[in-house]
Design a protein around this ligand. Structure first.
Ligand code: APR
Ligand code: ZN
Length: 227
């Protein structure tokens, strides 16, 4: 079976990564406009680097949970799995997943504004860091900010077009284009399943749903689909 899986912050919540829109979620504590837009970075790069340095430290201290491991196991099965994540953490990779499509970028990667070079980010990034390729002091976290185009959209849409099943895990369905994937998959004839703590904003677009914590719901579903 061709399966496209989209994960969101909920898959990493039990790894201590926090979410964005739950009660005391990240966006209830920090203003998106201050730290997660290109304008914020142009206005105050040191503040944006400090925000992502803190999130990078959080990621470096986190461990994958049973949901990440179950999805990695599914990828090693006979099913053809495309794993797309909105998360910038590397917990899918730490759990053994490969070819993860990070449509919102990766906290462990850096990007040069001047020459477009990508490289593995240091634990702490600073405004004065020179780009390893062109030496310009114009480096930023390789994260897709609000108002920027998500990565690898053509590859994601190609996978959705031929999917037998689309599964969303731990995402609120609040941010497009990711929130629209279920409708694209459904329109192309795929089955659709939501695995989440609570009904998402697009729950009614899914043919099926199971609610509970990812570390329980995801391994149970994976065991069923691998039977
Ligand atoms: N298990 C499963 N689901 C959970 C858990 C859990 N333990 N804890 C929370 N959830 C669910 C919540 O019910 C919610 O639907 O995870 C979802 C988290 O939603 P958001 O905080 O909005 O995170 P996400 O959907 O990933 O946000 C999408 O928005 O801010 C941008 O770029 C950012 O990638 C992010 C995007
Ligand atoms: Zn450069």
């Amino acid at each position: 079976m061709k399966i496209v899986i989209l994960t969101g912050a909920g898959v990493s919540a039990e790894s201590g990564m926090g979410t964005f829109r739950d009660e005391n979620g990240l966006w209830t504590q920090v203003d998106i406009e201050e730290v997660a837009t290109p304008e914020a970075f142009a206005r105050n790069p040191a503040k944006v680097h400090a925000f992502y340095n803190a999130r990078r430290a959080n990621c470096l201290a986190a461990a994958p949970n049973a949901a990440h491991f179950a999805l990695a196991e599914l990828q090693r099965s006979a099913h053809e799995v495309t794993l797309v994540t909105q998360n910038i953490d590397h917990l899918h990779e730490l759990a053994g997943s490969e070819h993860v499509i990070h449509m919102h970028g990766e906290i462990m990667r850096a990007l040069c504004v001047d020459c477009g070079h990508h490289w593995d980010a240091p634990a702490v990034m600073a405004v004065e860091d020179p780009c390893p390729s062109c030496t310009a002091a114009r480096t930023r976290p390789d994260i897709v900010w609000f108002g920027e185009m998500p990565y690898q959209m053509a590859r994601i849409e190609a996978a959705l077009a031929v999917a037998d099943l689309f599964v969303a895990v731990g995402t609120s369905g609040a941010v497009y284009p990711a929130a629209g994937f279920v409708r694209m998959a459904d329109a192309m004839g795929a089955d659709t399943l939501e695995l989440n703590l609570a009904p998402s904003d697009v729950a009614s677009d899914f043919a099926d749903a199971r609610y509970g914590v990812a570390s329980e719901v995801v391994p149970a579903w994976v065991a069923e689909v691998m039977r």
